[in-house]
Design a protein around this ligand. Structure first.
Ligand SMILES: Cc1ncc(COP(=O)(O)O)c(C=O)c1O
Length: 403
C-alpha cells in the first residue's frame, strides 16, 4: 500500500542553508497528490482543481492568433491595455465594481501571484491576517512569506457557518488584512450578503483591507448569487478583488489572473508584481480578451454543466457511505468518511488510490490544526461526465467497508 511516509519523503528540508521562511511551510499537498496519482497509472485525479477538458475552441484559436500577432515579448508590467480594459468592463457588468484600467488594475501570473503580491504589498512582519478555515492551502505560505500571523476563524461542518463572536474576536489592533475566498475552496460555501455585511463592518471598524479571492464566482448553484465584498457598503476603498482566467475558462495553465484595488494599493501591488514576475504570459493575456468577450450563454452553460457534475459526484459519494452536502459553489466537495474504519485522512486518501484508483486531497491540509481534517477528504468534480461515471463505478468498491 502507498504510505504517507514514502509519499511525503520530501516534507522536511534538512539543510541549514534554507531560509526559515521556506522551512516554515510544507510542499503543497494538493499538487503532491497529483504527483502521487501520476505514479499510479490509471488513477482518476480528483485531487487538484483543473479540468480534464480544454477551454472553448474559440479561445484555443485566440491563443494561436496571439502567438502569430505580437504576443511573444513582455507586456506592460501591469498588463496588456486591451486585457485591462476587458477586465474593467466585465467587473462593471458582472461584479458591479467600477475600475479604471489605468489606476486600479494589475494583471498577474494567476490569482496565485495576485494573492502573494497583495500580501507582500500590505503586510509588515507582526501584522495579523484573518483567514477562514478550512482554507485554500496557498494562504498559509502567503501569510508566512509576507510575515503575517494568521488568525483562523472556523467554518463549521456540515453547513460551514461561522460563529459571529469568534469572528469578532479574531479582529485585533494588529489585524491588517482579511483574506476572504468566496465561493470558497474547499467548502463550497458562498458567503451571503448578511455575512459580507458583517465582514464589511468589521473591516471598516478596524481599518482592515479585505483581499478577496473570487476565482469561482461563476460556479454558484441552486439559484445562489455571488456577491463581491467590494460592492458592500464603502468596501471598494479597502478591498483588493482577485480573479483570473483559470477556472472560468478551464485554462489553469495559462497563468493569467488579476487584482482590482484602490489606486495606491494597486500601485503597491504593481511594484511587488514587477519584481516577482515582470508580467503574465503575454500571448495568453491577449487570448484573455477573447475569453472575457464570451456571451452570457457561456456562463449560463458553465453553471448548468457544473451543477450537473456536482450532482453526479455527490450522488455517487452518498451511495458509498461518504457523507457530504451538495456545495453551493466551486467545483469541490468536502466530505466526511467517519463511516469508514480509518482514523487518518492520509490513510483513507491512500486507500482510495490503492483500492479505487481515485486521488483526493487529505482534509488536514486545509486546517491550521491537522486534527480538524482527520476524517475529511476533498474531491473535485471539474471533470468530464465519463470521468465522473468511472469514479462512481470505482467508488462502489468501498461500500462493503462502510459502517
Ligand atoms: C481559491 C483558489 N484561489 C486561487 C487558485 C489558483 O488560481 P490561479 O490558477 O489563477 O493561480 C485556486 C486553485 O485551485 C483556488 O482554489
Amino acid at each position: 500500500m502507498t504510505s504517507r511516509s514514502n509519499s511525503r519523503a520530501g516534507l522536511t528540508i534538512n539543510d541549514p542553508r534554507v531560509s526559515q521562511r521556506v522551512q516554515g511551510f510544507p510542499e503543497s499537498v494538493i499538487r503532491e497528490m497529483t504527483r502521487i496519482a501520476a505514479l499510479h497509472p490509471g488513477t482518476v485525479n480528483l485531487a487538484q482543481g483543473f479540468p480534464d477538458f480544454d477551454p472553448p475552441q474559440e479561445l484555443l484559436e485566440a491563443v494561436k492568433r496571439s502567438v502569430d500577432h505580437g504576443g511573444n515579448q513582455y507586456s506592460i508590467t501591469w498588463g496588456d491595455p486591451g486585457l485591462r480594459a476587458s477586465i474593467a468592463r466585465r467587473a462593471r457588468e458582472f461584479n458591479h465594481i467600477d475600475s479604471d484600467p489605468e489606476k486600479n488594475l494589475v494583471v498577474t501570473c494567476g490569482a496565485t501571484e495576485a494573492m502573494m503580491a497583495s500580501m507582500l504589498s500590505l503586510i509588515d512582519p507582526g501584522d495579523e491576517a484573518v483567514i477562514f478555515e478550512p482554507f485554500y492551502e496557498n494562504y498559509g505560505p502567503d501569510a508566512r512569506v509576507s510575515g503575517a500571523t494568521p488568525r483562523h476563524v472556523r467554518l463549521e461542518w456540515p453547513d460551514w457557518h461561522f460563529d459571529e463572536e469568534a469572528l469578532k474576536a479574531a479582529f485585533t489592533p494588529k489585524t491588517k488584512v482579511l483574506v476572504l475566498n468566496t465561493p470558497n475552496n474547499p467548502t463550497g460555501k458562498v458567503f451571503t450578503h448578511s455575512e459580507l455585511r458583517l465582514l464589511a463592518d468589521l473591516c471598516t471598524d478596524h481599518d482592515v483591507v479585505a483581499v478577496t479571492d473570487e476565482i469561482y464566482e461563476h460556479m454558484v448553484y441552486d439559484g445562489g448569487r455571488h456577491i463581491s465584498l467590494a460592492t458592500v457598503g464603502s468596501m471598494a476603498e479597502r478591498t483588493v478583488t482577485i480573479n483570473g482566467l483559470s477556472k472560468t475558462y478551464s485554462a489553469t495553465g495559462w497563468r493569467v489572473g488579476w487584482a482590482i484595488a484602490p489606486p495606491t494599493l494597486a500601485t503597491a501591488i504593481r511594484r511587488a508584481h514587477d519584481f516577482l514576475t515582470v508580467c503574465a504570459p503575454h500571448a495568453f493575456q491577449l487570448a484573455g480578451v477573447a475569453a472575457l468577450a464570451l456571451p452570457q450563454s457561456y456562463y449560463d452553460e458553465l453553471k448548468r454543466s457544473y451543477q450537473a457534475k456536482r450532482d453526479r459526484l455527490v450522488t455517487a459519494l452518498r451511495a458509498t457511505g461518504i457523507e457530504c452536502r451538495p456545495p453551493g459553489g466551486t467545483y469541490y466537495v468536502m466530505t466526511d468518511f467517519s463511516a469508514f474504519p480509518f482514523d487518518d485522512d492520509w490513510d483513507f486518501a491512500m486507500h482510495l488510490i490503492d483500492t479505487c484508483g481515485i486521488a483526493t486531497v487529505p482534509g488536514s491540509s486545509f486546517y491550521s490544526d491537522p486534527k480538524l481534517g482527520r476524517r475529511k477528504v476533498r474531491f473535485v468534480f471539474c471533470k468530464k461526465e465519463s470521468t465522473l461515471d468511472e469514479t462512481a463505478a470505482r467508488l462502489r468498491k468501498l461500500r462493503p467497508l462502510a459502517a
